[in-house]
Design a protein around this ligand. Structure first.
Ligand SMILES: *Cc1c(COP(=O)(O)O)cnc(C)c1O
Length: 354
């Protein structure tokens, strides 16, 4: 499939690389491709970054037929541009699409569109330590029809923009609020898909916990409010008696690529790694008896985010004296080192695309 390219006549002014933040700036171009039931995917193109034209009855606006992904491009230490396990994001995008009754995107077209877009806008990839280019592939249902059913038309697009380091003030443990009132995903629902409808309802809960002085919410299972699931939009890990535990997938938890990478590294380093149900009571008991030595969240944005404290039912549980643990630090350094091409990449996770 041939990708047509229309370059922007006028380029935007690039932001100050010291003040990037997250998601504030987007580059000069975007990738787009249309779908109809009759034609399949057609007209893959790179065009100047632009607003979308949507009918007010477009199905995405009413019933959330939408899926997205999040990954990053890094300026490599020795020159060139790298992606981290992008094939996994493409696979997950198509699994999310299947759950939302949306058509899959050919992985080769996806990858080629992504690669060419990043190359055209490569001057937008910042190179200060910890900075990168965030990539947001998205698919939306565009058919104008108010019935609750699958759209016959879709738009796939990719937008990119520079993002700053997640920890501008240094790698710092966070305070986590355990919610026994709200739930993110129920069994049989769509929790394992990266679809917008899973995120909107969490904003209210985040606001509530931020007001109380916490940075994220730890979600429990929707049915019993007993087993831990995820923290914010990241996966969760606990180190108890040298066993690294993360909840099993099973439909309500997102299959994080960072989660998978953490599991593989920890196994290689000799840790016992378990995917098993773990109750909040087991976590708080292990914390009280000092057997919980580390807890951290994993995800593309922060890579590793150590937990310094859990708040649950009026009690505070301090993890590792509120300090970053050794394993958390080692995982963070190793993953970042691989992503920026600073250390050996034994698993071939970094893909050079220039
Ligand atoms: C994206 C996401 C994650 C992390 O996935 P990564 O592939 O590691 O970035 C975890 N949980 C939720 C709910 C997410 O949306």
């Amino acid at each position: 499939m041939n990708i047509t390219i229309k370059k922007a006549d006028k380029l935007k002014t690039k932001p100050n690389p010291n003040e990037l933040g997250f998601g504030k700036y987007l580059s000069d171009h975007m990738f787009m491709m249309d779908y109809s039931v009759d034609k399949g995917w057609y007209d893959p193109r790179i065009v100047p970054y632009q607003s979308l034209y949507l009918d007010p009855a477009a199905l995405v606006l009413h019933y959330n037929q939408e899926v997205f992904e999040g990954l990053k491009a890094y300026k490599l230490e020795k020159g060139g541009v790298g992606l981290f396990r992008p094939g996994k994001n493409i696979e997950r995008f198509n699994r999310s699409a299947e759950r939302m009754a949306m058509p899959p995107v050919d992985p080769n077209v996806f990858m080629e569109g992504l690669r060419q877009l990043i190359m055209i806008d490569q001057d937008w990839i910042p190179n200060l330590p910890g900075t990168s280019m965030y990539i947001r592939p998205t698919m939306i249902a565009t058919e104008a029809a108010l019935g609750v059913r699958a759209s016959k038309e879709y738009l796939f697009y990719i937008i990119v923009g520079p993002v700053g380091p997640y920890y501008p003030e240094g790698f710092a443990p966070t305070r986590i609020f355990v919610s026994d009132q709200y739930a993110r995903a129920a069994e049989g629902g769509s929790g394992q898909a990266k679809t917008s409808g899973n995120y909107g309802p969490t904003i209210f809960v985040s606001q509530e916990v931020i007001k109380k002085g916490y940075s994220q919410v730890l979600w429990l299972d929707a049915k019993e409010k007993k087993y831990i699931e995820e923290v914010g939009t990241s996966n969760i890990f606990l180190l108890i008696d040298n066993e690294l535990i993360t909840p099993p997938l099973g439909g309500t938890i997102l299959n994080g690529i960072t989660r998978d990478s953490v599991k593989q590294l920890a196994k290689k380093w000799g840790y016992k790694v378990s995917e098993r149900k773990i109750s909040i009571d087991e976590v708080t008991e292990a914390c009280k008896s000092n057997r919980l030595t580390e807890a951290f969240a994993s995800g593309t944005a922060a890579v590793i985010s150590p937990v310094g404290e859990f708040y649950y039912q009026s009690n505070n549980y301090i993890v590792n004296g509120g300090q970053t643990g050794q394993l958390s630090q080692r995982l963070f350094d190793t993953m970042m080192g691989i992503q920026y091409g600073q250390i050996e990449d034994e698993n071939n996770w970094s893909l050079r695309i220039d």
